[in-house]
Write a protein that binds this ligand. Structure first.
Ligand code: SAH
Length: 362
């Protein structure tokens, strides 16, 4: 029998598993609370670090469970303070996470899949193909190991989490949803400080809306009309724009939750000013805040970022149409921190793009 990784168990399951274990061993109930405290508040990297457990209890715990995190293969720091970790997983694949300091916050961008099956044309991860789903423990492990690095390097506490690293989190709900519970209830990151970013997986958006916790939602929209969206986001064939907007509307209605549209601006592809009115109409309908993100060029794709003047004009016209807008500058460009680039460079010659990806997720 394989030993379960403690990091893969959301708080109630962890408590149950530990309580059963210590009961079997005739140990007092407080042992469960001691281990929980090491896992969550202590954030220790190993069972050996649980120093208030007697040695024989540490050994017994290790015979029944493990506590494994991804191992940092590289850490790169950008002059703007962005820090990227490339994590090696147990099967030697790699994923990345990025720490982004901004305005007193420290945001951690997590990966949810190794690669991605959705193949968006402008995204380096999409081009690198799909390898597999990350487990709950691998998602939580990225957080713990990054948070520990930040603590030990004087960068403070991780205040916000965004699922905007590699992969489509709502195409991996089986592992991402328990990770959300764990980060929130276990590690104490407020639900409103955790953002799930999706390119439009309708059942996932509806499932997120059903959750009691007010996790935030970002929709990577990139186009306010179906024919243009189809050119950028192959998922349009499966979940057309109209259905996606209906789903985010259901999310927005649940307790007045706020959401964000991410709009990657690609020169002469999706930055025509005629697109402002339909985009503004969608944003007003669901009360979305719009982030404009100049396209970050990737290898083998000819597209260029929109010109600064166009980004400003596009934003100004959106605002004039009653929409809240921000322009995001790509962070960590010097370290290829944006959007799967480092891993994509590493695995580029190992895999070709998975064109059947659309059929391979739930
Ligand atoms: N699959 C999820 C999360 C990962 S992508 C999603 O699509 O939302 C995180 C964000 O980075 C998305 O908004 C995506 O559109 C954006 N992005 C991807 N490649 C980019 C690029 N080359 N330039 C700018 N933004 C990019």
């Amino acid at each position: 029998m394989t030993r379960p990784n403690l990091l893969g168990l959301p708080p109630p399951a962890l408590r149950e598993a530990l309580a059963a274990h210590f009961r079997d061993r005739g140990q007092p109930d407080y042992r469960t609370r001691q281990v929980e405290a090491w896992v969550f508040a202590g954030g220790v990297p190993s069972l050996e670090a649980m120093t208030n457990l007697p040695t024989r209890e540490r050994t017994a715990l290790g015979e029944r469970f493990r506590l494994d995190e991804p191992v940092a293969e590289t850490v790169s720091e950008s002059p703007d303070g962005t820090v990227k970790h490339l994590w090696r997983l147990s099967d030697d694949d790699v994923v990345e996470s990025v720490l982004i300091p901004a305005g007193g916050r420290l945001t951690l961008c997590l990966s949810s899949q190794a690669g991605c099956p959705l193949a968006c044309k402008f995204c380096a991860t999409g081009w690198s193909g799909f390898r597999r789903q990350l487990t709950t423990a691998e998602i939580v492990g990225q957080y713990r190991a990054s948070a520990r690095w930040a603590r030990e390097h004087g960068r403070g506490l991780v205040s916000n989490i965004v699922f905007m690293g590699m992969g489509e989190p709502l195409a991996n709900r089986r592992h991402v949803f328990p990770a959300l519970s764990t980060l929130n209830a276990g590690y104490g990151i407020g639900a409103r400080r955790i953002t799930v970013s999706t390119v439009g997986v309708v059942p996932g958006i509806l499932a997120l809306a059903e959750r009691e916790e007010q996790f935030r939602l970002a929709l990577s929209l990139h186009a306010p009309v179906s024919d243009l969206r189809a050119q950028l986001v192959p998922l349009e064939k499966r979940y057309p724009l109209e259905e996606v907007i209906d789903a985010v509307e259901a999310y927005a209605r649940r307790g007045g939750r706020r959401l964000t549209f991410e709009y990657t601006m690609i020169r002469e592809v999706n930055d025509a000013l005629e697109l402002v009115p339909p985009l503004a109409a969608l944003a007003r309908r669901v009360r979305a805040f719009v982030n404009l993100i100049p396209f970050n060029p990737i290898p083998d794709v000819e597209w260029k970022p929109s010109r600064d003047g166009r980004v400003r004009e596009f934003g100004a016209q959106l605002e004039a149409a009653g929409v809240a807008v921000a322009v995001r500058r790509p962070r960590g460009r010097e370290i290829d921190a944006a959007c799967g680039q480092l891993r994509a460079a590493r695995v580029a010659r190992q895999h070709s793009r998975d064109r059947h990806g659309l059929d391979s997720y739930a």
